[in-house]
Every structure is written in structure tokens, then in C-alpha cells.
Design a binder for this molecule. Structure first.
Ligand code: ADP
Length: 546
């Protein structure tokens, strides 16, 4: 027997529609690429996005066609998203941090027809225009005045299109499983792969992020997403802020400590989300200028592990509660968040901290399990680590165009490529990437754990650990250290520093001091490059074993 409730399709156009009806005057404030701070409202954004939908229809955009954006976080970017999604087109967020070659690859793979771009990215588009034959129209997200100053034959002006079209358009009315957004993984291994979100998955992800144990957003919040809309959908904030009628503050292209601090204070921001490096830059700025945070209450850190020093500093010096979140493009992206449960909340703060520094608990809608190489499920004891697998209605089922083949296990779980533990309270902790974990004599060694400790040595600027071939143990850890300017150190000094902090058999077989440690497109240590550099490295212990 079927239920008798209304069959309301969960399409994201309803989110902006809701904001326009109930929170019409709530502001979206942008530090524009052109310079000035620009103010608009949900009412205006809704009206303008609908006009833009008519512009897309006039270009011949049909349901399912890909409409790309190459843009910073801004009110206009939000308009472009909803304009495309509202009429059933797919909004493809392009990551400007990709190399031009990868950018062209994903534009071609997606067969984007339209690209909405900020002024910032005109040079890269112009230089590569011949390499993106499917793109018919470039829309520059600026006004007529700035348009006059650019040299991009055939490009159209965003504000002119909005002026030219009416807002009389039909939004939604299609199946909630219709594709809505497309975002490619960064492609640190092989070509980038497309994750194709549906209206339903985005809608459900929005509801999940609103839970108070997740982001817990409300109509009273003022939210500054530093995390870009092109990187895993700004963790869903362009949906969750209008869903509750929170004010949105968009940083545009400026994400340095001083610019972010200025916006936090002048706009009365209460909630923000960003990767650790952003908070590090902000902290340095606050320390250097004796700055204060008078309105900020909560921040979410994710994308890579939150350093303890940041979590402590924001709480102790500025009264800001920091929670740690984990996720990936494939998970929409929010998978876990480290908000305390009742048992953890009852502990003194110092004892809560180890839990808060883990990547967190699964909200309703996310299922997690740990498995070993034989696909056996491992215990949630906080010690045993294995492959982290995930399932749920906003987790990837298959990549766009079938890339990578079948990606789910027999129980329908997606292998995240992360290695982690889950403790008795349900807090998951990442211990490594599965391709980086060091397999020594059949046991796993966490490269991240060793490098985090080594990075904490006062002389270290950066540290990385990789597995290097060993004739007896298969692989053994090699520690690379980039020292701070002017420092010198010895192998023995570092090994002594690690002693007692890790299991003895985890001790690196060698320490090498390097001038630089390569970083990838998202600012993370690029182990693929390091492994290539040290492909033929012979450990001193390997010689002894032979
Ligand atoms: P990329 O950063 O490679 O572009 P994603 O944004 O999808 O792609 O990154 C997802 C990966 O980032 C996760 O699988 C995990 O390895 C890492 N990650 C995300 N959040 C955290 C976190 N809080 N702590 C540690 N690693 C994290």
C-alpha cells in the first residue's frame, strides 16, 4: 500500500523560491571581482536568476545540457547556478585551480555549451578557446561598463542579458532524480572524474547539513563560505543558506586573512567554513594586528585535517567553536562532522579535544563501514584501521559517462580511498589515504600520523612520509623533511623526536632533508610526485637485508 501524502518532487529551485517568498529582504553581500562590496537580496537574486533562465532558453539550452561556471563565490554565481538548475540544465562548476589542460579536458568531457565566467578567468579561456569546441557562448559575469574594457570576441554581458529577459519562466516540474550539478574530482590519480548530483541528492544533502549536529544553520545566521562554490559545492552552503534564510557573505577572489577579517567584522558573520590554510592565514593576521572576532561564533574546518593549534587558538583567544568535517566531491560533500555527542559533551574540554580533532560522526543519511583488503568488516574500536566505505542517498553511485567502471562493493558502498578508524562513540578518524598507507610485512602504517608528528618538530617547515620498497618487509617508511629557513638537523635528531610517540616498528627507516615538498592543485602534499622522485631510493635497511 502506498502512502497518501503529496508527491512533492525534491528539486532545488524550491530552495530559492522559498527564500524569495519568506526571506525576500535577507541580504547576499559580495566582495565583487570589480572591487566594490555589492548588496542584493534573496528576492532580487530569485528574480534575476529567472531572467537568466530565459536567456539560457533563448540560447537553446535544453534539459540535461551542461552550463558551466568558472567563478568565485558571489551573488551572480548563485544566480547562474539557480538559472541553470531551475530549468533542468546541469550546472557544471569548473575549478580555476586546475591546469589549463585539465580544464579543457573536463569542459570537453562534460560537453559544456555555455560558460559563465568572472573577469578574472578571461585570459585562460581566450588562450584555450580553440580547445573547447562544444562551448557556444561565453557570458562574462559583469556589467556593461566593465564589458567595454575587455577584448573577448563574441562574449556576452551578464547584466545586459538580465536586462533583456523577463522573469516569466517555469522552474522545476521535473523528476527529482534529474541531474542538477556536475563537479569533477581533482584528478590527483588519472583523469578527473565527474560526479553528477541530482536535485534529490542536493535537496537531501541540504536537509542533512541543517541538522544541529551538522552545520546547524538558522535564519539568524550570517554565513561566509570561504570554501569555493567550485570545490564540492561550497559544502552545500549555496543551498543551505537560502533554505533557512540566512544572510550570505561572499568573499569573491580575496581569501587572505585581512580581507576575510574585514568581511567577518563589517557584515556581522556568525558562521563560516573553510580549509585549514584559510584559518591559519586568518589567525596570523589576527595575531599580527591584535584583531578581534566580535560576531563569529562557529566555524567548520574540512578538506584536510584540522590542526590542533587552530582549534585551540580560535576557542581560547577568540571564543569561536571549531568543528571538524570530512567529505569529498563524491559525497556531496558532507560525510561526517565532529560535533560532540552527549557522552563527549559531558567531558571537560581537554578530554573532548581528541574527539573534536577526529573527522567526526555520520549524520542520518550517511552509512559508514571499515573493511580490510579481503573485504571483511572491521570493528569500530578506535584502533583498528581499514578502508573507509560510505553509502547514502547523496553519495556517488557511478561517475559521469561510466568512468572508472563499477565503483560500489557488493553491499552498495563506495570506497572513499581513505583509511580510518571509528571509535566506540562513532567518531571516524582518517589515518591515511589508501594509496599512501605503508604496507610493511602485511601490516599497515599510517603515513599521515608520522608526518604530523614530524611536522611538529620546531625545525620543520613541512614533512612527508612515503612507503619505499624493502626486500623483506615489502615497504618501509621514509621521512622527508623540509627544514625552516636557516635550520640544520640530523637524521638521529628526528628519529629521537619520534621515539615514544609512535609504535617502534613504525619508525622510518631513513630521514632525508629536502629543499622542497611538492603540493598539488588543492594545496595538499603531492605524494604521487614524491613517490616518482624516490622511485629508485634504496633504504639503508634494504641493503642490510639483502
Ligand atoms: P580533492 O581535495 O582531492 O580535490 P576532495 O575535495 O573530494 O578532492 O577531497 C576529498 C579528500 O580530502 C578526502 O577523501 C580526504 O582524503 C581528504 N579530506 C577531506 N576532509 C578531510 C579532513 N577533515 N581531514 C583529513 N582529510 C580530509
Amino acid at each position: 500500500m502506498l502512502g497518501l501524502m503529496q508527491n512533492w518532487q525534491l528539486t532545488v529551485d524550491r530552495i530559492l523560491q522559498h527564500a524569495a517568498e519568506w526571506h525576500a529582504d535577507r541580504e547576499i553581500v559580495t566582495r565583487s571581482v570589480e572591487g566594490p562590496i555589492v548588496r542584493t537580496t534573496y528576492g532580487q537574486v530569485h528574480e534575476r536568476a529567472r531572467r537568466l533562465s530565459n536567456a539560457l532558453l533563448a540560447f537553446g539550452v535544453k534539459p540535461g545540457d551542461r552550463v558551466a561556471t568558472l567563478a568565485w563565490n558571489s551573488g551572480r554565481h548563485v544566480e547562474a547556478w539557480y538559472a541553470a538548475m531551475g530549468i533542468g540544465a546541469v550546472c557544471h562548476t569548473l575549478n580555476p585551480r586546475l591546469f589549463a589542460e585539465q580544464l579543457c579536458y573536463i569542459i570537453n568531457h562534460a560537453e559544456d555549451r555555455i560558460i559563465f565566467t568572472d573577469l578574472t578567468f578571461l585570459p585562460v579561456l581566450l588562450a584555450n578557446r580553440d580547445k573547447m569546441p562544444t562551448v557556444e557562448t561565453f557570458v562574462v559575469m559583469t556589467d556593461a561598463e566593465h564589458m567595454a574594457g575587455i577584448d573577448f570576441p563574441g562574449a556576452l554581458c551578464f547584466e545586459t542579458l538580465i536586462e533583456q529577459h523577463s522573469s516569466d519562466v517555469v522552474w522545476g516540474g521535473f523528476d527529482e532524480n534529474t541531474a542538477c550539478g556536475l563537479c569533477y574530482t581533482s584528478g590527483t590519480t588519472g583523469n578527473p572524474k565527474g560526479v553528477l548530483y541530482s536535485h534529490r541528492s542536493n535537496f537531501l544533502h541540504t536537509l542533512t547539513t541543517l541538522q544541529s549536529d551538522v552545520m546547524g544553520l538558522s535564519a539568524q545566521d550570517v554565513i561566509l563560505p570561504v570554501v569555493p562554490m567550485f570545490h564540492a559545492n561550497a559544502w552545500g552552503i549555496a543551498f543551505s543558506a537560502p533554505a533557512v534564510g540566512a544572510k550570505l557573505v561572499m568573499p569573491g577572489a580575496k581569501m587572505d586573512g585581512a580581507s576575510i577579517h574585514e568581511l567577518l567584522e563589517t557584515e556581522g558573520v556568525t558562521f563560516s567554513a573553510a580549509v585549514p590554510t584559510v584559518w591559519q592565514m586568518l589567525q596570523q593576521h589576527l595575531e599580527a594586528t591584535n584583531g578581534k572576532l566580535t560576531t563569529l561564533k562557529r566555524v567548520v574546518i574540512g578538506g584536510s585535517a584540522a590542526p590542533e593549534a587552530i582549534v585551540r587558538a580560535f576557542r581560547d583567544n577568540y571564543g569561536v567553536d571549531v568543528t571538524h568535517a570530512w567529505g569529498m566531491t563524491e559525497t556531496s560533500p558532507l560525510g561526517t562532522q565532529s560535533t560532540p555527542n552527549a557522552a563527549v559533551a559531558a567531558l571537560p574540554y581537554e578530554q573532548q579535544l581528541p574527539y573534536r580533532l577526529k573527522q567526526g560522526r555520520a549524520p542520518l543519511g550517511v552509512q559508514l563501514k571499515l573493511t580490510n583488503d579481503a573485504d571483511e568488516v572491521l570493528p569500530k574500536d578506535g584502533k583498528t584501521f581499514g578502508r573507509l566505505k560510505i553509502s547514502g542517498p547523496f553519495i556517488v553511485r557511478e561517475y559521469f559517462r561510466g568512468d572508472g567502471g563499477a565503483i560500489l562493493d557488493a553491499e552498495g558502498f563506495f570506497d572513499t580511498g581513505d583509511v580510518s578508524t571509528i571509535d566506540e562513540h562513532g567518531f571516524m578518524q582518517i589515518t591515511d589515504r589508501s594509496k599512501d598507507v605503508i604496507k610493511s610485512g602485511g601490516e599497515w602504517i599510517s603515513s599521515i600520523e608520522i608526518e604530523n608528528i614530524a611536522a611538529g618538530h620546531p625545525k620543520s617547515a613541512l614533512a612527508a612520509v612515503i612507503g619505499v620498497h624493502h626486500p623483506k618487509w615489502d615497504e618501509r617508511p621514509l621521512l622527508l623533511v623540509k627544514l625552516k629557513a636557516g635550520q640544520t638537523a640530523t637524521r638521529e635528531e628526528y628519529l629521537a623526536f619520534l621515539e615514544g610517540k609512535i609504535a617502534k616498528w613504525w619508525t622510518p627507516d631513513d630521514v632525508v632533508f629536502v629543499d622542497d615538498i611538492p603540493l598539488g592543485a588543492t594545496g595538499k602534499i603531492d605524494k604521487k610526485v614524491i613517490r616518482q622522485q624516490f622511485e629508485h631510493y634504496v633504504l639503508p635497511t634494504a641493503q642490510a637485508a639483502e
